[in-house]
Design a protein around this ligand. Structure first.
Ligand code: ZN
Length: 357
């Protein structure tokens, strides 16, 4: 859901083991300075999986309007969007360079075949908790309402085991959801895998924003955050490296959590479904969160409810939206709202691989 779902030091270790040059391979993208009142032009695509419900052109227009309004109110920038290019999920994922795909596949916990390494999953979560300097009490305060009643972890290690178990159990819930054709939404394809979406920008991606109706739910050995784990590995959106974007990054954005009316989605929304135009407007407002990562590299002020950059709890987007207050969350007012709080990184080795025939 975030720019901070990104490759981590653990990955660097993996790269070391696979013969790459370790920490040398990671670079920060440049921060493009943005002035108040500036107008930014974003190239937009809609990547469709025909098996799943999709937003209508009217909904997409409502969505982008809400993004525009929220970005102006909270960040003081004017967004212009291109005409929306319609494409397919498969066409977008086909942009991942084959050699980079091979390397990144190793980060995927295969929850479909049951061939995943549970210990490694726990270690990856623990690593990310340490990397984010997570305090157990604070993380528990955030996650407690969405954990089993009996959960009582006494250490980050125990918390990691708990998060892994909760994530895998809820991933199984995502597997029960059916598509338009009556078959599971999470099929044998890799369309749901965050790792591949996160790698598209190493190819020649001609968009800054890719909206998709795909359900993005998966488990990875790297970069699993608390808020993602408790949602069963569900990603709403991510801002990540793009070699062909003038901003150095692009956003991928799933409308599925806003439109899906399955019992499981509804339960994560606190018991409600959204009417179509409301789903579009909420999705657009929340997309401004990614715009904050994309343009300003803001972090996550967990619990600062006035801020667009505070991640929504589970799928409670309406609640998230009601709490926003631009006056109480100015740029620079708290550390996570400073420009450059989480700079984007990319892997030079993968970039080199992407250019090899
Ligand atoms: Zn985020």
């Amino acid at each position: 859901m975030t720019a901070s779902r990104r490759p981590t030091l653990l990955l660097i270790l993996i790269l070391l083991l696979t013969g790459c040059r370790g920490a040398d391979v990671w670079r920060h993208t440049e921060i493009v300075p943005i002035q108040p009142g500036q107008t930014l032009h974003l190239r937009v695509a809609h990547a469709v999986n025909e098996r799943l419900p999709r937003m209508t052109p009217e909904q997409l227009s409502t969505l982008l309007e809400a993004t525009r309004n929220t970005a102006l109110e909270h960040f003081g920038v004017h967004l212009e969007f291109s005409e929306i290019t319609e494409t397919s999920v498969d066409a977008v994922l086909a942009l991942v360079p084959p050699k980079v795909r091979q390397v990144r596949m190793r980060e995927i916990y295969d929850f479909k075949s049951g061939g995943g390494d549970h210990k490694r999953l726990v270690a990856g979560i623990l690593h990310t908790l340490h990397e984010r300097k997570t305090k157990l009490a604070e993380a528990l305060a955030y996650a407690r309402p969405y954990l089993p009643d009996t959960a009582d972890p006494q250490s980050l290690q125990e918390f990691s085991v708990l998060l892994a178990d909760v994530m895998l159990a809820r991933l199984d819930d995502w597997r029960t959801i059916r598509a338009n054709d009556g078959k599971p939404v999470l099929d044998e394809t890799a369309r749901n895998e965050w790792i591949f979406w996160d790698t598209v920008g190493y190819g020649e991606l001609p968009y800054d924003l890719v909206i998709t109706n795909q359900l993005l739910a998966s488990a990875e050995y790297t970069a699993v955050e608390v808020h993602t784990a408790i949602r069963g590995g569900l990603t709403t959106g991510t801002t990540t490296f793009s070699r062909s974007s003038p901003l150095g990054s692009f956003v991928f954005w799933s409308t599925f959590p806003f439109t899906d009316t399955s019992a499981f989605s509804r339960s994560l929304r606190g018991g409600e479904d959204y009417a179509p135009s409301h789903a579009a407007a909420l999705s657009g407002a929340y997309l401004a969160h990614e715009v904050g990562h994309l343009l300003f590299k803001f972090g996550h002020p967990f619990g600062a409810q006035a801020c667009v950059m505070n991640p929504a709890s589970m799928l409670r987007y309406r609640e998230w939206h009601q709490q926003l207050d631009a006056q109480r969350c100015r740029i620079g007012s708290i550390p996570e709202m400073r420009v450059g709080a989480i700079p984007e990184i990319y892997n030079v080795e993968w970039l080199r691989m992407a250019h090899q025939p």
